[in-house]
Ligand binder design. Sequence first.
Ligand SMILES: [Zn+2]
Length: 443
Amino acid sequence: MRSIWNEEVETLSADALARLEAERLQQQLAYNYETSPFFRSKFEEGRVRPKDIRHREDLLRLPFMEKSEINESQNDGSLIGINQCAPIEKIIRIQATGGTTGRPMRIGMTRRDVVDFCEMGARALWAMGCRPSDIVFECMNYNLYVGGLSDHLTFEALGATTIPFGIGNSRNLLEMMTQIDSDVAIWSTPSYAVRLAELAAEMNIDPRAVRLKKGFFSGEAGMQVAGYRDRIEEIWGLVAGDLYGTGELGMHSGECEHRRGLHYGASGYILTELINPETAQPILFENGAIGEFVYTSIQREASPLMRMRSHDLMQVFTEPCACGRTSFRFRVIGRSDDMFIVKGVNVFPLGVQETLARHRPELTGEYQIILNRSPPIDYPPRILVEVARDVPADKHAELVAAVSEAIQRDHNFKPDIKLVEQGTIATEKKTHRLVRAYQEETS
Ligand SMILES: [Zn+2]
C-alpha cells in the first residue's frame, strides 16, 4: 500500500509548489476582493489591488487580520462573520472553533471547502499511519466544534471504519473496546486517553487487554513533550500520533513515522508565513526558525482568511525527511494566548509541562496552572501537579521541593506547587492547562 496519501502534491519540489501556490493565491485574492467589503477594505488599507499580490512574498504588502475581527462581527449578528465570501445557498455546514471572547467562533464551509477539509486531514492522518483497514473510535465532542462531525467525515474520506462514539460515555466505550476481537484505534485528545486509563483501572480492566493499537491525538499540544507521549503509549501498548489543526483551517498536519515534527499538510490550501510575534516582521523559513504562523487561505470559498495572525509560536524544520514528503515540518512551542508573564519572564505552559514530564514516574505528567489574580503576576502561580498513586505521603514534601526547584531553574520563576491525586486533572474534553481564575471564562 502507498505510504503517502497524495504523492503528487506532498512530494512537489519547492519550485512546483511555489507555482501552484502563486496561481491559487491570485485566484483567491481576486475572489476575496470581489465578494467581501471587509477584504476590499484590507486591500485599500494596504494601498494595493489583488493584481499587485502575485507571490507569497507580495503578501507583506497586505495588512494582517485578527480572529477578533471575525468574533466582533459575529457578536453583532453576522452568521459566519465579516470574512464570509460565499452566499448562504452555497454554504452547507457551519461549525465552530474557540473564539477570542469565550464564545465560539462560527465557520462556514461550502461543498468544496468540505472536500478540501477532508483532503488536508487525510494527508495528516495517513502520515500518522491511519489506513482504510483501521477501526477508529471517534471520541471527540460531536457538537458545534469541528473535532466531532467534520473530523469523522475526514476519517471516512480516507476510508477508515469510523465509529461515532463521542464523549461522555467512557464506561460503555471501554466495554465495547474490550468486547471487540479486533485491533482498534482512537481519535481523541491525549488527555482523554489518560482519563480512560484511570477509568479502566477503576473498572478492573487491564488496558493491555484492550486491543487499542493506534492513537490519533489532537486538540492539545502535549504530545511533543518527551515523556508525555511515552506514558500514553506504555499504558495502552499503542502507537500514538500527533495531529495539528485548528477549527478555522481544519485538521491538516500530522507526524510521519520518523517523528521529526508535524508535516505541513495544507500545501495548496493555506499559505503560512512566519513572523516575529513582537515586531510582526517576517522571519525566513529556515531550519530551526521560531516564529508566529500567519495564515492565508488560497482555496477557500465560505470563510477565507487573509494574513490572519495565529498567535501560535512554532518552530519550523526544513531539512528533508526520509519519508519523502517535501513539506516543511513544525512543532508547537506555545500559543501566545496561553503565555503569561511572571515578574518579567515569559512562560509557556508547554515548557512547564516539559519540566514536569522529567519527574516521571513520581509525577504522572498531568498538570494545570492557575492564575488567581489578574496581571501583573507578581505572585507565585499555583501549579496543580498529579502525584503518582504509589508515592507515599511522607515523600510528598520532598517531591514538591524538587519540582519547585526544577521549575525555577528551567523557567526563572517561583511556582506554588500543589500535589493532587492521580486521575483528577485529565478530563474527557479538552483539558485546560492554563486557567485564568480571575476571568469569568477561560481560554
Ligand atoms: Zn516524514
